[in-house]
Design a protein around this ligand. Structure first.
Ligand SMILES: NCc1[nH]cc(CCC(=O)O)c1CC(=O)O
Length: 313
């Protein structure tokens, strides 16, 4: 290791929630192990944490990420760890996605009373989610359950099932995994029915473009196939001109094909009331993640995706 004792600790900016601090600490530990550099966590308050209003009503993208990005550009911190699905698709001036670590389970999770699965929930069950994408896709299954809006951190949402206020809540498997609560999952929802948010389960590590020393230190944390997959999903989202709170699902995987590995991308756009949806897929070479995402988005648009998104776009 080529560090010296005079190297100051790297400052990692994080939101202060249990999930954000937990995932930041995991990145800090990994980086410390790989490079020998000390890493210090710096809490940054974000607009998304300061309110419990429904996310899609907050207006604009980046409610969880813009304060971290400002702290980075100001030089208060050296790098930031975001949940990749919360990161707007537009590139940020002066910042670089230094690393996308290996993605964990991208699926949504049902946490229901009595160990129930989605199909086992009786008609009229109250299911909590703050996400238009999740509620739209569940409505489209026609199960007769009642979707109830909610916000708050992962612990708060889980407590609504324990207290009996709701029969079930839908959360990301990744968030539960990262706070050590995978045990609460009663069903990991199959992407055949419920496609996750683009980038779900992945982290984004961002640093200043003019800080090559930090970019170099972060590089070993990058996972090639995870980066390819989320690049395809985000290209789809960007081409649809949709944000992270619109009813767009996407999941890219690197799969074995006849002539070697390829990207397999699935995408969906669902009407908010679940009355209609378009779901399609596309494949392409690993070297063309952006092209695959853009192509699938255009086919979805040809099939009426823009009309389905309506004002939620
Ligand atoms: N929108 C909030 C958010 N942003 C990232 C995660 C955790 C999952 C992930 O890292 O993708 C969550 C919570 C959730 O969706 O349940």
């Amino acid at each position: 290791m080529n560090h010296t004792s005079t190297d100051r600790a790297l400052r990692l900016g994080t939101r202060a929630s249990r999930l954000a601090r937990g995932q930041s600490q995991q990145v800090a530990d990994l980086l410390c192990e790989l490079t020998g550099r000390a890493v210090e966590l710096v809490d940054i308050a974000t607009k998304g944490d300061a309110t419990t209003a429904p996310l899609h009503t907050l207006g604009g993208q980046g409610v969880f990420t813009s304060a971290l990005r400002e702290a980075l550009l100001d030089g208060q911190i050296d790098f930031a760890v975001h949940s990749l699905k919360d990161l707007p698709t537009a590139p940020a001036d002066g910042l670089t996605l230094a690393a996308i670590p290996e993605r964990v389970d991208p699926r949504d999770a049902l946490v229901a009373r009595d160990g129930l699965t989605l199909a086992e929930l009786p008609t009229g069950s109250r299911v909590g989610t703050g996400s238009l994408r999740r509620s739209a896709q569940i409505r489209a299954l026609g199960l007769g359950v009642e979707l109830v809006g909610m916000r708050g951190n992962v612990d708060t949402r889980l407590s609504k099932v324990t207290s009996g206020e709701l029969d079930a809540v839908v959360l990301a498997c990744a968030g539960l995994h990262r706070i050590g609560r995978s045990d609460a999952i009663t069903e990991a929802l199959d992407p055949i029915a419920i496609l996750p948010a683009p980038g779900q389960g992945a982290l984004a590590i961002e640093a200043r473009s003019d800080d090559p020393a930090t970019l170099d230190l972060l590089k070993p944390l990058d996972h090639h196939y995870s980066r390819i997959s989320v690049t395809a999903e985000r290209a789809l989202l960007a081409t649809l001109e949709a944000g992270c709170s619109s009813p767009v699902g996407a999941l890219a995987e690197v799969v074995e094909a006849e002539n070697g590995l390829e990207i397999s991308l699935r995408g969906s756009v669902t009407a908010i009331d679940g009355s209609d949806s378009v779901r399609l897929s596309a494949t392409g070479p690993l070297t063309d993640a952006v092209g695959v995402g853009e192509r699938l988005a255009r086919i979805l648009l040809d099939d009426g995706a823009a009309e389905l998104m309506g004002s939620s776009r």
